[in-house]
Design a protein around this ligand. Structure first.
Ligand SMILES: [Mg+2]
Ligand SMILES: [Zn+2]
Length: 333
């Protein structure tokens, strides 16, 4: 049993002792359903008014009777346990009525802290007066209220999550060549790519190509040639009913130490920014070990086309397949 959580009898006895020692007893009440920073601020403020802070916690029955049958979200046992972990709270006592009027008659705090939002004429006021206590009105506002928090959560989760499939280009979409592929005549779609992308285009996945094209940085071809090749590729794919949402490319060489060249994850982060993608629901497919490292670094599920990873990397891909069609089958299964 948590030593801060007391029943009403125990708390009356404890307060009696503390008062004899000349301690100032502060009390406040609330349901504290889903604790937030506004709660913490008022609780700290309450504690600063005296020596001991007692939180009178509305029971589940109490919360239901004034907020309806759907509240509280968190049960009283857990709410009490959470509060008991806070340094500023000394004791917690649970009550069943809508207002703490009855329990206040028993514990008779020196100071009762209340929210001014409810006005100065609240129902417990007379009880406090009769017991020679005084009322303190909170200066801080618990304005980031639980209801607002719940509303925000609902908004976030009511829109579908955006997932993506990140695709490497050379060796994944087109057949790779030892020399750079930068001309239309050299660009050949790899086996299974067209049916794979047709299938993927019918899903909600964003289809994003992320490709290293250091041939630009090395001066082997112009950035404009790369763009022209990509425009041609997109047109060819579109004719076959394939949607590519975006192509990101890194034109740099390794020595440039940019943040986009794989295995760095700059292109993935750019896509997250542009599309609002949830990476943990996304996939990356590539034929190079660096594609798989990107996936592991960015918490994306990985599918490697072709051979296994080198042993010395100590890193495995989640899946291994022959071609993009095999990858898409895994993604859609
Ligand atoms: Mg590749
Ligand atoms: Zn780069």
């Amino acid at each position: 049993m948590n030593s801060k959580i007391k029943n009403q009898k125990e708390i009356v006895r404890i307060i009696g002792k503390l008062k004899k020692q000349g301690k100032i007893i502060v009390a406040c009440n609330g349901s504290f359903d889903i604790l937030h920073v506004g709660h913490i601020r008022v609780l700290k403020e309450a504690k600063n008014q005296g020596d001991f802070l007692i939180v009178m916690l509305n029971s589940d029955e109490s919360v239901r009777s004034y907020k309806g049958p759907k509240r509280p979200i968190i049960c009283q046992k857990e709410r009490a346990e959470i509060l008991s972990a806070l340094e500023c709270i000394d004791f917690i006592v649970i009550f069943d009525e809508i207002t703490p009027k009855e329990i206040l008659k028993k514990i008779k705090p020196d100071i009762y802290c209340h929210d001014l939002d409810w006005g100065k004429d609240f129902i417990e006021r007379e009880t406090i007066k009769q017991n020679k206590g005084r009322v303190y009105f909170f200066k801080s506002h618990a304005n980031s209220s639980t209801s607002q928090l719940v509303q925000k959560i609902l908004e976030v989760y009511s829109t579908p999550e955006i997932k993506a499939v990140f695709l490497d280009r050379d060796g994944t979409i087109n057949i790779n060549k030892p020399e750079y592929v930068n001309k239309i005549k050299d660009f050949k779609f790899a086996s299974g790519v067209i049916p794979a992308l047709q299938k993927l285009s019918k899903t909600g996945y964003k289809i994003i190509i992320a490709t290293d094209q250091s041939g630009v940085g090395r001066g082997y071809f112009k950035e404009n040639d790369l763009k022209k090749l990509h425009q041609w590729m997109l047109r060819e794919l579109k004719k076959k009913g394939i949607r590519i949402d975006k192509i990101y490319y890194c034109p740099h060489q390794a020595k440039d130490n940019c943040s986009c060249r794989k295995p760095k994850i700059g292109m993935v982060l750019k896509a997250v920014k542009d599309f609002g993608i949830n990476l943990s629901k996304s996939w990356i497919v590539g034929d190079d070990e660096r594609d798989i490292i990107v996936g592991r670094e960015a918490n994306i599920k990985t599918i490697k086309i072709g051979g296994k990873m080198s042993k010395n990397l100590n890193l495995e891909s989640n899946y291994y397949v022959k071609n993009l069609l095999g990858a898409v089958k895994i993604i859609l299964s």
